[in-house]
Design a protein around this ligand. Structure first.
Ligand SMILES: [Zn+2]
Length: 368
């Protein structure tokens, strides 16, 4: 009996080490960490909202919008909105946060707006004592990008953001991480012809907002950097979705969601055509906060007073991610687990302390 039990433990031990090895990657694993500012899980999982899609208060061309976004089922609507995620990623990765199926993801910070959300994503811990505004205050906390830079060198990691607060969020000055955000031109000298053109276009094409540029610029600056330096960890933060929502422009909010889906597809296709990245790259996608649903006008906003704006979502695919598709069972994950998961994938040490999230095991049957 005792022998049998020992035999059992030995088997379990070998199986679990095998699972750990197969999912925690080799030394040359790469990570693309991507965020879409304030995209609701409601649109990600169900596509266009029936209460908004023909709402003249929020949509200038209701017939046009209805035509390309509407279908009778949520599965068809979400595929129309984000075709890469729902036709390709769903087959090879994991999509968490469909609360209608019991899969929940929440913020642990109590602010429910951008800087606290990005701090939580990038450091793995809420810090409501120090991060309680969107002011450009250099982050006192070490992000996983900075931790990675200390271990492997600043040249192996970079950050690109549409919002001009990212220099502060990743604490560019202290961390030494190349960060291009807001309306900053590329300063990655010597510039390629493409970067020179992007710098010029960025001056010439006005953004609808004062602190956020259009995502196409962020994307192209990031791609130019990828081609030049092949970083092992890159963070790209798209911003349009949140700003169009604050503007009350549901049509542009949905167009941006669709556009970002295509930008992510473009990045994935780039990695799959590139020897340095192919079969070695894990994509992690999330958002910094949710938005309201009830009353319906609260879709425009978020923050502590807007119920539901602590509800987020995760998408994982690529190297080391078991193809589990859309998670359909009761589960609760938190935004503070993203940094820990990046640390696991890149073999960085985990941070001590109870408020840090634990890594998400991306291997089969072990998501919790
Ligand atoms: Zn916002």
């Amino acid at each position: 009996m005792v022998q049998k039990r020992i035999f059992y433990y030995v088997i379990v031990f070998f199986l679990s080490t095998h699972i750990c090895l197969s999912q925690s990657q080799t030394d040359d694993n790469k990570v693309f960490l991507i965020t879409l500012d304030g995209l609701r899980w409601q649109e990600l999982f169900s596509g266009a909202d029936s209460l908004l899609v023909k709402n003249k208060k929020y949509v200038k061309h209701p017939d046009k919008l209805y035509h390309w976004t509407w279908a009778s089922t949520s599965v068809e609507r979400r595929s129309a909105l984000m075709p890469f995620i729902w036709k390709e990623v769903v087959k090879m990765g994991q999509i968490h946060g469909n609360r209608r199926l019991g899969s929940k993801v929440n913020l642990t910070n109590d602010m429910w707006f951008s800087y606290p959300g990005y701090n939580e994503i990038l450091t793995g811990r809420a810090d409501d004592k120090n991060i309680y505004s969107n002011d450009k205050i250099p982050n006192p906390n070490e992000t996983v990008l900075e931790q990675f830079a200390k271990r492997y060198g600043t040249s192996r990691v970079a950050a690109f953001g549409s919002w001009d607060v990212f220099d502060a969020i990743v604490n560019q000055e202290r961390s030494g991480i190349y960060t291009n955000c807001g309306f900053e031109p590329s300063s990655d000298f010597p510039l390629t012809l493409q970067e020179e053109l992007l710098n010029e276009l960025q001056r010439q094409i006005p953004s609808p907002w004062g602190s956020v540029r259009l995502d196409g610029f962020t994307h192209q600056f990031a791609k130019a950097y990828l081609k030049k330096h092949q970083p092992d960890l890159i963070y790209i933060s798209y911003g349009e979705t949140d700003d169009f929502a604050h503007n009350g422009d549901y049509e542009s909010y949905l167009k941006s969601a669709k556009n970002t889906d295509a930008l992510i597809e473009d990045l994935w296709n780039y990695t799959q055509k590139n020897d340095y990245y192919r079969d070695k790259t894990t994509f992690i996608i999330t958002t910094d906060h949710g938005r309201g649903t009830n009353p319906i006008d609260s879709w425009r906003s978020h923050g502590k007073k807007i119920t539901g704006s602590d509800q987020t979502w995760f998408i994982f695919f690529g190297n080391g991610v078991a193809p589990m598709g859309e998670l359909k069972r009761e589960s609760q994950l938190y935004t503070n687990q993203i940094a820990a998961t990046v640390r696991m994938l890149l073999r960085l040490s985990q941070k001590e302390g109870r408020s840090y999230g634990h890594p998400i095991d991306l291997s089969p049957n072990k998501v919790d």
